[in-house]
Ligand binder design. Structure first.
Ligand code: APR
Ligand code: PHB
Length: 389
């Protein structure tokens, strides 16, 4: 088998890359370790920057997102028992974010890929990358008990944090990492969101909380928990009680509780691999970097990598230009580090760090300063909607 771009991983990065390349007439095959249903079963974030929305439109897969996505003009911060709005729209000259679940986005991309008849090999085992330092890379994998070989011009490592792509070049990568001493317990429920017009981030004496949504009938909530907690420790009732005591009394009253349809704990991590290019192998999305979810940047950073990478491949095949592929790593990393900074900063500002009383006082001072200072509020707003490319 032969293709122009072998894409490892059918998460949002791999699927979006495949779609953009296909639109431009660049041939690609995706190899995914899991089944399609497994990929769709992972509940993840759901706030899209304008860059991501635009890219979905460019890829021709925005119909449902344009119909069902819910535009948010502001975020709210809860601390000291009161809510403080940050008018993201007003402070950025009219920019917004769109609430649309990563699961839905993945669904739309999978449907479009199927409709276009593009090849995705699910349950591809033991994927191995070869020859990417030369001009004839090859990917081998096992499927149905047989070994297959895929020859290609480029390999796109879109296989997430635990994938094989970065692992293959681990001796050549410098890794920068920060692990936080807590996780997020998330709950999804078919209940109307308590705050349908803004995402609410809370810092309380009991820890961080987040009120978000997927639609007008589906909510997503999170609370900070110790890393030692297990999902089984958290009944739905315990979750709702904990969430309620972490927000202001008015919001707490309004929260509509109900049975969870998903509940999971995720650790928080900041991570960057440098560089993102190794000959004809490129890392994109979670394969190259992780942000803690506090700034809602993970999916959006993946989308920007894909924007640069698809452009680079298209220029190579259509214009015979190496400029895009030669500058890929450097261009991506510039934006990645800025999003890392914002996500780290917001995580540090909004969570309880066990035993750090000085840090807690810094949070109080900074939150008070933030809501009174147009300058700092503007800085938050412009990072939240996404810094310019
Ligand atoms: N071989 C083939 N596929 C693999 C392998 C492998 N060895 N290892 C991992 N994969 C697949 C995973 O099963 C997964 O479907 O690669 C895919 C990677 O998808 P994601 O982890 O969703 O990463 P990415 O597409 O970069 O999406 C980034 O997702 O995790 C969130 O916060 C993140 O929102 C961001 C977005
Ligand atoms: C979500 O809706 O899941 C969500 C929203 C905002 C975040 C993180 C997650 O910062």
């Amino acid at each position: 088998m032969r293709t122009q771009v072998a894409i490892i991983g059918a998460g949002p990065s791999g699927l979006l890359l495949g779609q953009l390349l296909h639109k431009a007439g660049v041939d690609n095959i995706i190899l995914e370790r899991q089944t399609g249903d497994y990929v769709l079963g992972r509940i993840r974030a759901g706030i899209l920057e304008q860059v991501t929305v635009d890219l979905m439109r460019e890829a021709g897969v925005s119909e449902r997102m344009d119909k069902e996505g819910i535009v948010h003009h502001s975020i709210e911060l809860v601390f000291g028992g009161a809510r403080h709005p940050i008018d993201v729209h007003g402070l950025t000259g009219g920019k917004v974010v769109t609430a649309y679940g990563q699961t839905e986005l993945t669904h739309d991309l999978m449907d479009a890929r199927k409709a276009a008849g593009l090849a995705t090999v699910y349950e591809a085992d033991n994927v191995r990358l070869h020859g990417f330092d030369g001009t004839n890379p090859q990917v081998t994998y096992e499927k149905d008990g047989r070994t297959h070989a895929l020859d290609c011009d480029f390999i796109a490592g879109c296989d997430g944090f635990h994938g094989v792509s970065r692992a293959t070049v681990k001796d050549r990568v410098t890794e920068y990492e920060k692990v936080y001493p807590f996780g997020w317990l998330g709950l999804l429920s078919d209940t109307p969101p308590v705050s349908p017009h803004a995402i609410v981030y809370g810092n309380s004496e009991h820890g961080f909380s987040l009120c978000s949504m997927r639609s007008m009938t589906r909510s997503r909530y999170y609370v900070q928990v110790p890393l030692t907690d297990k999902v089984e420790d958290w009944s739905d009732d315990r979750f709702w009680a904990e969430l309620k005591r972490r927000v202001d009394p008015e919001l707490s009253e309004k929260i509509v509780t109900g049975a969870s349809i998903e509940k999971s704990i995720a650790p928080l991590r900041s991570f960057v691999a440098e560089p993102l290019r190794f000959g004809r192998l490129f890392l994109a999305g979670d394969a190259g970097h992780i942000v803690p979810p506090t700034g809602a940047k993970g999916l959006n950073l993946a989308a920007t990598d894909v924007k640069y990478l698809s452009g680079a491949f298209i220029d190579y095949f259509k214009e015979r230009s190496n400029a895009g592929i030669d500058t890929y790593s450097e261009r991506c990393l510039k934006r990645i580090w800025k999003a890392e900074r914002f996500s780290w900063w917001m995580t540090t500002l909004m969570h309880r760090f066990p035993g750090d009383e000085f840090g807690r006082k810094m949070q109080e001072a900074e939150l008070d300063y933030l809501v009174k200072s147009k300058a700092l509020s503007t800085a938050v707003a412009e990072n939240y909607v996404g810094l310019p490319l």
